[in-house]
Write a protein that binds this ligand. Structure first.
Ligand SMILES: Cc1cc2nc3c(=O)[nH]c(=O)nc-3n(C[C@H](O)[C@H](O)[C@H](O)COP(=O)(O)OP(=O)(O)OC[C@H]3O[C@@H](n4cnc5c(N)ncnc54)[C@H](O)[C@@H]3O)c2cc1C
Length: 453
């Protein structure tokens, strides 16, 4: 039998999305011999597919826009959004170390001027960043600092010797990592087996995200007794067109600009200002798992071409935004029961005008922020959308230093995790932009912990 080939390194990073590239870049900067193993032929994972929104507080962009945010408010919003289930120590660390993410975006020269309130926020804190520039910059700098980046290289198993993770097996080869292994394998949105196991109520959500994200890191660490966090709360995101392809996501949240959501019967069923994760579950329970974002010309004019979640031009170009001069005609085009959509829009408009209480308690555009307006100016539009499992925000139990923990809190020596593979940051729901921020912050953090030894 052939002996396995051994590749000697100080540290191994598994997965080449944002968390993995941030860790690799930083480990190389610390002077460690580091290799990144990516199972797909291309780096990027879900990070490269993402909208590029980062949740950050106290930025220059916020100051320029006159937004007074603070770390305390950011923390309070995340704790509130997570329904008290997230780990406050992890969230505090995220807020305290967000300067690392801000600096990395700065170095990559990847800021845009887009800033908005989004799911889970009480203030404009979602910053649109050119995510591909950040990824390319981290890769370039990591290579320049001597990192080895291997694609088409799936990691298969962690190897423990003398009570410590010391190497990793990949397709018959062994990569040693005396200083530590950083798991950055993303989530499990592409694993039917794990989705059915952890969140069977989400079975109808469209699988999305990086196609390599089959929960490999989770399984490898689980084999060593790693604990889990937030897993049962994993939920899909509402707002994806049913015909969207892997090449281009079609996420639109016109509801945060003033649209209502109605089911195939033309009825509203929930408060549209809630997090798109909460809406995701509500929509899965509607007939056919679909909900239409219904809006008028006033909302249509708020479209932001090129801005993920708000780009109605692109959706229209793709032929996915039917419209009609009147609400009645739109209802007919959508095959809804006669009069249902008109009745629903009429009742909603009465609520907005203060003539009655909103049937679902909606008081704002998003998380209670912003004033809803009546839908009364034709033409009227309908965007049909489903729930997509874009990310699985529960994962391995980790400490604020990114070390992986067992269920009793003890440390698995030599093992670290960052990005979507790590749980504990979101609890019951998710604030827009915190997935990318945590990937960038804790990728770097894992590297610093490994380097400290
Ligand atoms: C359409 C879409 C839009 C989104 N928009 C936003 C947004 O605007 N803001 C936000 O905060 N979040 C967003 N998210 C979520 C966010 O993109 C992810 O949570 C985040 O990018 C995860 O980063 P990561 O580095 O942990 O994982 P990924 O970027 O997914 O990288 C993981 C990598 O690990 C590789 N891998 C897996 N298993 C192995 C193995 N065994 N061996 C080697 N490599 C392996 C994968 O192939 C992949 O390349 C979005 C997600 C999607 C899908």
């Amino acid at each position: 039998m052939m002996r396995p080939r051994t590749h000697p390194f100080d540290a191994i990073v598994v997965g080449g999305g944002l968390a993995g590239l941030a860790a690799t870049h930083r480990l190389a900067g610390h002077g460690l011999r580091v290799a990144l193993l990516e199972k797909r032929e291309r780096l990027g994972g879900s990070s490269a597919m993402s909208g590029g929104w980062f949740a950050l507080s106290g930025t220059a962009l916020q100051r320029r826009a006159g937004i007074e945010d603070s770390g305390d408010l950011f923390l309070a919003d995340m704790i509130g959004t997570g329904g008290g289930f997230a780990d406050p120590a992890l969230l505090t660390a995220l807020v305290d170390r967000q300067a690392q993410a801000i600096a990395a975006i700065e170095r990559a020269d990847a800021w845009t001027d887009e800033l908005k309130v989004s799911a889970g926020m009480t203030i404009a804190r979602a910053h649109l960043v050119r995510i591909l520039d950040v990824l390319a910059h981290l890769e370039r700098e990591a290579l320049a600092a001597g990192a080895v980046i291997l694609t088409g290289r799936p990691a298969d198993a962690l190897v423990v010797e003398h009570a410590r993770v010391r190497s990793i097996r990949s397709a018959g080869d062994v990569f040693t990592a005396e200083a530590g292994v950083v798991l950055a394998t993303g989530g499990f949105s592409r694993s039917r087996e794990l989705l059915d196991l952890f969140v069977p109520d989400q079975a109808a959500a469209m699988p999305y995200g990086g196609v390599g994200n089959t929960g490999d890191g989770l399984r490898m660490a689980w084999m060593l007794g790693a604990g889990l966090a937030d897993i049962g709360h994993v939920a899909g995101t509402y707002g994806q067109h049913p015909d969207a392809t892997d090449d281009e996501h079609e996420l639109l949240t016109a509801n945060y600009l003033g649209a209502i959501l109605v089911n195939a019967g033309g009825e509203r069923f929930t408060d549209e200002s809630q997090s798109y994760k909460v809406l995701g579950t509500a929509v899965l329970n509607q007939p056919g798992g679909v909900a239409f974002q219904i809006f008028d010309a006033r909302v249509r004019a708020l479209s932001r071409p090129g801005v993920p979640l708000s780009d109605m031009e692109r959706i229209e170009e793709l032929g996915h935004l039917p419209s009609a001069p009147t609400v009645a005609e739109l209802g007919r085009r959508l095959g809804m029961p006669a009069g249902a959509l008109e009745r629903t829009v009429g009742l909603y408009n009465d609520g907005v005008a203060g003539r009655r209480e909103d049937a679902f308690g909606r008081t704002g555009l998003v998380n209670g922020v912003g004033a809803p307006a009546p839908l009364e100016t034709g033409p009227f539009y309908a965007y049909p959308a489903v729930t997509a499992m874009t990310s699985t925000f529960g994962g391995l139990r980790v400490a604020p230093d990114a070390s992986v923990r067992r269920i009793d809190g003890t440390r698995i020596e030599g093992l670290y995790a960052a990005g979507e593979v790590a749980g504990g940051f979101h609890g019951a729901s998710y604030m827009t932009g915190t997935a990318l921020t945590k990937a960038l912050v804790f990728g770097s953090e894992a590297a610093d912990t490994v380097a400290r030894g």
